[in-house]
Design a protein around this ligand. Structure first.
Ligand code: FES
Ligand code: FES
Length: 201
């Protein structure tokens, strides 16, 4: 009778398999030996946060790792503010914090203690749209609409700050907002119209 001995590579494979199997058994035994708390995930660190959003006071417990954007969208279900890049490049998450335009994806939620935040949901007065929202509609300043809330928040901040005096300066100010659909000309048309109208923003 002929016996077939394992080749070197086959032996190596069998050794590895036995080794892995024994590591599995050992790690199971180890986990069994450890106290339960040491193998459970750590509790999520939370902190109290009081802030005002669109004129409404909120007293919250928030995940210390949350951004202002995640707080708005995930915890408060205010999904008008959009998440694009999540790293400060696209402007989809633009809100106003104490009157200044701010990328909500770059702001840790807990750093907003006592702040006054305005989001796209806070622009209209009941049924009456904000003049910038009206102008965006009139000028077809969007296609898919994903960037639009961020564009409008920047556009309002642009006119509130008042530093952009003409079309080129408005274009320059709006550089922090990207539109994949390429509605840039219409967006600037809308802003110029509101600027010329002298409407209160
Ligand atoms: S999601 Fe904040 S800048 Fe893109
Ligand atoms: S309208 Fe589609 S990304 Fe701007």
């Amino acid at each position: 009778m002929h016996y077939c001995y394992p080749s070197n590579s086959r032996r190596g494979f069998i050794k590895k398999a036995v080794g892995l199997a024994s590591w599995g058994i050992a790690s199971t035994l180890l986990a069994d030996a450890l106290p339960v708390e040491s193998v459970l995930p750590l509790p999520i660190p939370k902190q109290k946060l009081s802030l005002e959003i669109n004129g409404v006071a909120h007293d919250l417990m928030v995940d210390m790792r949350s951004t202002l954007l995640d707080l708005l969208r995930e915890q408060l279900n205010m999904t008008g503010t959009k998440k694009g890049c999540g790293m400060g490049d696209c402007g989809a998450c633009m809100v106003h914090v104490n009157g200044n335009r701010t990328n909500a994806c770059l702001s840790l939620a807990v750093y907003n203690e006592g702040n006054k935040v305005t989001t796209i949901e806070g622009l209209a007065k009941g049924e009456a749209l904000h003049p910038m929202q009206e102008a965006f509609l009139k000028h077809d300043a969007f296609q898919c609409g994903y960037c639009t809330s961020g564009q409008i928040m920047s556009a309002v901040a642009c006119l509130k700050e008042g530093t952009a005096k003409n079309r080129d300066q408005i274009k320059d100010y709006m550089k922090r907002n990207i539109c994949r659909c390429g509605s840039y000309q219409n967006i600037v048309d809308a802003i110029v119209e509101v600027q010329k109208s002298g409407a209160k923003v």
